[in-house]
Design a binder for this molecule. Structure first.
Ligand code: PMV
Length: 314
């Protein structure tokens, strides 16, 4: 049995985080510059039904049986075995690595799950459809993120721009003209489950106000899709700014995110916003390709710990 590998990209949410949890549309795109990789290889000499999990990034080198049952890696493996109907399997090593920053809104959790699900099923001789892979990754997300919308697992599984409405059939859509995004990492780890939970509490306390916020974000995402399809890229800038202002009102931005957003606009970005759960993690800036390095430098000079320049629709 040869070693096999599978990978999945990172992601950013261009429009509609948080409001997507409340059935509003959102747009997310893969970030191919970073990825999670899982490699399965035979563990010769080990007893069958043993999985040796090696994930140096998070200091794990132990068997599946000794990992907590609710650990995301165990869950991804167990759910895959269950889906395949396999309880007896040859021993294998599962090596996991990722260049996607953790807890930063770039989809690292979903991406690692997708890579694991794909490689385990392929190694055991079966190929799962993208729909099933995404569904299994969603089950893992649910345990770790409370009430996820499902956007992360969808975009990283299909590795295509998605127009996502919770509980509806996933839509992909054409990009009229490729465009460039600079991603700036505040370096602050932030739990999506906590920010999603806080928005839920605030919505419960003030439904009318929050439903207006969500609807406005949904309208922005709808308009943005049209502009993206028509290749009217510059028009996305003001929509990003509006979306960021709404996220600030929902109390999911932070001083560091706001500083980077302003710095990118000052350096010539057409628009900027936080991306993902917020409170830390990453922001994104829409730029003319020629000014991407300038904007990235401005972000590093105002506190970003890392930047990624990504081209959407290439
Ligand atoms: O995983 P993150 O931090 O990119 O956040 C996902 C986006 C949210 O809308 C905040 C949550 C969700 O499940 O859609």
């Amino acid at each position: 049995m040869p070693a096999l590998s599978a990978s999945a990209p990172g992601k950013i949410i261009l429009f509609g985080e948080h409001s997507v949890v409340y059935q509003q549309p959102a747009i997310a795109v893969p970030v191919m510059e970073v990825k999670a990789i899982a490699i399965a290889s035979p563990a010769i000499g080990k007893p069958s039904n043993t999985v040796q999990v090696i994930a140096p990034d998070i200091e794990i080198n132990s068997t599946l049986k000794t990992l907590p049952l609710d650990h995301a890696i165990s869950m991804a493996i167990d759910l895959t075995l269950k889906e395949l109907g396999i309880s007896d399997y040859p021993a294998f090593n599962l090596r996991i690595s990722s260049t996607i920053p953790l807890a930063a809104g770039l989809g690292s959790g979903a991406s690692v799950s997708v890579a694991i699900i794909r490689v385990v099923s392929n190694f055991l001789g079966q190929t799962l459809s993208d729909e099933v892979v995404s569904q299994l990754a969603y089950e893992v997300e649910k345990i770790h993120h409370g009430t996820p919308s499902g956007i992360d697992n969808s975009v990283v599984t299909f590795a295509q721009p998605v127009y996502f409405i919770k509980d509806r059939l996933l839509e992909t859509f054409p990009i009229g003209k490729p465009f460039t995004i600079v991603i700036g990492d505040t370096g602050i780890k932030s739990s999506t489950a906590v920010s999603v939970g806080d928005v839920r509490k605030a919505w419960q306390a003030d439904q009318k106000v929050y439903e207006d916020f969500f609807e406005s974000c949904g309208t922005i995402a709808k308009k943005a899709r049209e502009h993206i399809e028509n290749g009217e890229i510059k028009k996305l800038g003001p929509l990003m700014d509006e979306n960021h202002a709404l996220l600030q009102k929902m109390n999911v931005s932070s001083k560091e995110l706001d500083t980077l957003v302003l710095a990118s606009r000052d350096a010539g970005a057409w628009g900027a916003k936080l991306s993902g759960g917020g409170r830390g993690g990453n922001m994104i800036a829409l730029v003319d390709e020629d000014s991407s390095e300038n904007v990235a430098d401005a972000l590093m000079n105002t506190g970003a710990v890392q930047t990624i320049i990504t081209k959407v629709g290439n």
